[in-house]
Design a protein around this ligand. Structure first.
Ligand code: MV4
Length: 447
């Protein structure tokens, strides 16, 4: 195991990694921007270095400064967390050239999966179901038109460099397809410097189900079952749960096995998530691979008992997975609510500011992953998540009741939070009966 690593991130995930390091006997070196200077979670690391001003582009995204901190801190590896540089294969390569382990997949696997068209091609090769669509990139509009007529409208134009919903356009007919291609190209060129696009049948009212996979450097690949992340708004997840309700055991196993095939085909190591959409008939289709640990990893930890951050460190350090597929038996049901400093009554407008007082819920099966506390100031410079409230209970019904109880106890004064919306969702019949899809929140509250 490593003696010392650097955490190239901030907030709750930085603290989550600090905690895993402490338990493993690994020294942790944190970084912080001027905006985060003095934050109490930094005291829990062994050391902390300032890497620049508040703006992310001048600090948490500044590769040379982070590498300098790693050199000065004399670390053997860097954990990127999620967001910031976590899926930046250039940063990953620089770590390699500086002989610092990147705690994540190889730059080659990351680069390949970062190209959604390449990932889709690989999925087909690995016999992982993809949504019917174009056979690779769209070079000419004529070909797009013939593909669209064949698979039938509506179709979705997707940017190869996109992901997470960026660079996507729906087309309902031949006329709007030409526009959609041009708009998607322009948006992707501006955002990613790569205007290449491909076409898929537009799956209406899908559910978002993703499979957590762990893969060591000795060829062992194990899935940790799935999470349902259909409760989202404008591509921001609000609530995640495991297991996914409303999916039969046969489909669940087929999806998890497909995810393992995908990870093996990509020669992917460390932890990753294979994202699928599931249509109203229960068919699942590969969408993309997230080459990082995800915000919602705790629900998988709760039902499987596997510490995913520790697994990341062990895998990167070259250890073999201490479990096999047959050892992973999911227990009970887990739900996570992302508590954001946003006003749900005002279109989820961010509400940074000082937390005047705070009461944190507890009790059996309640977990609060947060770097915040009374007196903490939520900065306007970063995402507005103040914490994740996670519950684990024998059944989904009990998990919902437990979450409602815990949300009732959670008090955060001084800033607006998304807690009230979480309570409304958890009490909504469609959620309770799991009759929901990715359009549920926007359909129910935004119109
Ligand atoms: C789709 C789709 C429908 N049909 N692909 C959005 C984010 C990106 N990861 C993939 N996304 C989608 N791809 C086809 N062929 C619908 C979505 C989608 C979505 C997917 C998962 C979670 C939330 C979503 C919200 C809107 C659209």
């Amino acid at each position: 195991m490593y003696k010392r690593i650097l955490i190239a991130n901030r907030g709750e995930i930085a603290l989550r990694i600090i905690r895993a390091c402490r338990e493993l006997g690994v020294e942790s070196v944190a970084i912080f921007s001027e905006a985060d200077r003095g934050a109490h979670y930094l005291d829990l690391a062994d050391e902390a270095y300032c890497v620049g001003p508040a703006k992310s582009s001048e600090s948490y995204l500044k590769i040379d400064r982070i590498i300098s901190a790693a050199e000065v801190g004399n670390v053997q590896a860097i954990h990127p967390g999620y967001g910031f540089l976590a899926e930046n294969s250039h940063f990953n390569e620089i770590c390699r050239s500086c002989q610092i382990d990147f705690i994540g997949p190889s730059p080659e696997a990351m680069t390949m999966l970062g190209d959604k068209n390449e990932a889709r091609k690989l999925a087909r090769k690995a016999d992982v179901p993809v949504v019917p669509g174009s056979d690779g990139l769209i070079e000419e509009e004529e070909i797009a038109l013939s593909v669209a007529r064949e698979i039938g409208y509506p179709v979705l134009v997707k940017a190869s460099a996109g992901g997470g919903g960026k660079g996507m356009r729906v087309a309902l007919n031949d006329l709007s397809l030409q526009q959609a291609i041009q708009q998607a190209r322009r948006e992707a060129e501006a955002a990613f410097g790569d205007g290449s696009v491909y076409l898929e049948k537009y799956v209406e009212h899908p559910r978002h189900v993703e499979v957590q996979v762990v893969a060591d450097q000795h060829g062992n690949v194990v899935h940790l079952w799935e999470r349902d992340c259909s409760v989202q708004r404008r591509h921001q997840k609000l609530i995640e749960e495991s297991p996914s309700p409303n999916i039969d055991q046969q489909t669940r196993e087929a999806m998890c096995e497909a995810a393992v095939r995908m990870i093996k085909a990509a020669d992917y190591t460390n932890v990753g998530t294979v994202e699928f959409i599931v249509d109203q008939e229960g068919n699942f289709y590969f969408i993309e691979v997230n080459a990082r640990v995800q915000v919602e990893h705790p629900v998988t930890e709760m039902v499987t008992g596997v510490d995913i951050i520790k697994a990341q460190l062990r895998i990167a350090a070259g250890e073999e997975l201490p479990f096999r597929q047959e050892d992973i038996t999911p227990q009970g049901a887990s739900i996570e609510c992302r508590i954001n400093a946003e006003n749900p009554e005002r279109n989820f407008q961010p509400c940074p500011g000082k937390i005047e007082s705070m009461f944190i819920p507890g009790g059996l099966g309640v977990r609060f992953d947060s770097h915040t506390h009374a007196g903490y100031t939520v900065s306007p410079f970063y995402d507005s998540m103040v914490g994740k409230l996670i519950v684990h209970q024998p059944t989904r019904r009990e998990a919902i009741q437990c979450m409602l109880r815990a949300l009732g106890e959670l008090q955060i004064q001084g800033i607006a939070t998304t807690c009230s919306r979480h309570e409304e969702i958890l009490r909504h019949a469609a959620f309770v009966e799991s009759r929901i899809d990715t359009t549920f929140v926007e359909r129910t509250w935004d119109q």
